[in-house]
Design a protein around this ligand. Structure first.
Ligand code: AMP
Ligand code: ZN
Ligand code: ZN
Length: 491
């Protein structure tokens, strides 16, 4: 539009500045190259969770594949996960950097009084977006940033969240083998430019299932752990075969550990309070109790000192360091069993020999953590981190601006390689910085031609315009020098 308001003589100059100059400007060229570069070179990251892989399983039997990741990369000894140490809350914390009270997936089984809905990982309620939308998972954020993600059965990844699914994903189906999940992830990472995923998440149900069935102390668990190491080896081999092993940053972790249960360690609620007075919302070992209308004080009174192996909290008294209070989905009374104890309503027999969900500061509730790849240091052991720190770490590696979260990059930045990688220097950047390349003469030549063209054009333009408009200029200057007369104003 502006161009039509310009005097005719100015139009060629406008075109020169708007069209020709950008083509030769070194700055613009660099910018465009950078953009192309960052699209092509967006760092790759694969996050793998072996459900219920306790931190010390790697020491129990030979685990050569975990060991080789540790030697080539990093390992964290103490990972404090989030309360409660169950699958759904912890998997959502890993991809949001939020405690459960903030992301809203506070348990595997929940009740939301505002929605008047119940959630259970065993029903289709998991597909109701409303449960998930108190937070934004990383796959949504990276896609909004122009990146792509691929999810093989990560909890929540087959649910529409804030209007998005991962760019590639598998519907949850426990009978799909680990190997199939890996092959799909590898395909997604290997897709042609523009279609390949940048961020992958891979979930596997073991050793959690065996840990529940056998109990973590069972000698039979040795073979299960060795089997997980073999699965990790399979993944590493497939990455190598696809030429991805040196490119993809690989993080292998878990949601929680596992504790041995005992039929002697049962807390039977029916002994203390009539079950008609409350609704039992979540399962042992941290049980959400919703008292019937007007029965809060009575239920609390009956349970508060009932059993020395069970802590009983009114919602307002839940210790702050649990970060498990400020959400409508957290019930008015919370029961927490001591490690190894099981809360039941009555003695129907213990259906499992191992469980988790206990306090996240307990060592046996904590998961394994190893990682390798271009972003990570080599052969480095870190003492401790919190699982919410994983989110800012992953955002940094992927060059994504993190959303507000409970983690801190500062806590984990020593895991990162000191070598320049394709990641951003700080996690607040949204784009990948340019790599330092070899010196090239092209920008210098481009600039020179550009400058010569501008000067040449300006000279021609000034001469032409000056000659053409001389009489008009003369007239105008004459008019301006005449004093305005009263009658010219037509007052
Ligand atoms: P937990 O009882 O906390 O150990 O939960 C582990 C179980 O969660 C697994 O054995 C699966 O049966 C279930 N699970 C994990 N991911 C999903 C999912 N995406 N959809 C439904 N169930 C899942
Ligand atoms: Zn789990
Ligand atoms: Zn479990």
């Amino acid at each position: 539009m502006l161009i039509y308001l310009m005097p005719g003589g100015c139009r060629p100059l406008f075109f020169l500045l708007a069209v020709v100059l950008p083509l030769v400007s070194p700055h613009t060229r660099n910018h465009r190259e950078q953009q192309k570069h960052s699209e092509k070179e967006r760092p790759k990251l694969l996050l793998v969770s072996f459900d219920g892989f306790r931190w010390d399983y790697i020491y129990r039997v030979p685990t050569p594949n975990f060991r080789s990741i540790m030697d080539e990369g990093v390992k964290v000894e103490f990972v404090e996960n989030v309360y409660i140490t169950k699958t759904y809350p912890n998997h959502y914390s890993m991809v949001t950097g939020l405690y459960a009270e903030t992301h809203g997936i506070v348990a595997n089984e929940m009740y939301d009084p505002a929605l008047n809905l119940s959630f259970s990982m065993e029903t289709d309620s998991v597909y109701d977006s409303r449960w998930w939308e108190q937070a934004v998972p990383l796959w949504v954020t990276i896609q909004k940033d122009g990146g792509r993600s691929g999810a093989a059965m990560w909890p929540g990844s087959d649910v529409l969240i804030h209007g998005m699914f991962p760019s590639r994903y598998l519907l949850y189906n426990a009978s799909v083998s680990f190997e199939t999940r890996v092959r799909r992830i590898i395909e997604w990472f290997s897709a042609p430019e523009g279609e390949a995923v940048d961020f992958g998440i891979l979930y596997w149900e073991e050793p959690d299932e065996s840990g529940h069935n056998l109990g973590p102390q069972s000698p039979l668990m040795d073979a299960i752990i060795a089997g997980i190491d073999e699965k990790l080896g399979f993944l590493m081999n497939e990455l190598k075969k696809a030429g991805l092993y040196e490119k993809v940053n690989l993080i292998v972790t878990s949601d929680h550990g596992m504790e041995q249960l005992s039929p002697e360690k049962i807390i039977e609620l029916d002994q203390y309070v009539d079950r008609d007075l409350y609704t039992w919302v979540d399962k042992s070992p941290v049980v959400g109790i919703l008292p019937k209308e007007g029965k809060l004080d009575e239920v609390y009174g009956k349970l508060s000192d009932a059993n020395p192996n069970m802590a009983v909290y009114r919602k307002d008294d839940i210790p702050e360091h649990f970060h498990y209070q400020h959400n409508i989905r957290i019930m008015p009374i919370l029961l927490e069993a001591k490690e190894g104890w099981t809360i039941m309503q009555n003695l129907t027999g213990l259906s499992m020999l191992g469980n988790h969900g206990y306090n996240n500061t307990l060592r046996n509730m904590q998961p394994v953590f190893v990682a390798r790849g271009p972003a990570f240091r080599q052969n480095y052991v870190k003492t401790s981190m919190r699982s919410v720190d994983l989110y800012p770490l992953m955002c940094h590696i992927l060059g994504i601006r993190p959303l507000p979260n409970n983690g801190s990059l500062l806590n984990v930045q020593d895991l990162l390689s000191l070598e320049p990688t394709t990641s951003t220097p700080t996690s607040t950047h949204t784009t990948v910085p340019p790599k330092v390349g070899r010196f090239s003469y092209a920008p210098v030549v481009g600039s020179f031609i550009g400058v010569v063209m501008v000067i040449g054009f300006l000279v021609v333009y000034v001469i032409t315009v000056t000659l053409k408009q001389r009489p008009a200029l003369k007239l105008r200057s004459w008019e301006m020098s005449q004093p305005l007369l009263q009658e010219d104003l037509h007052l």
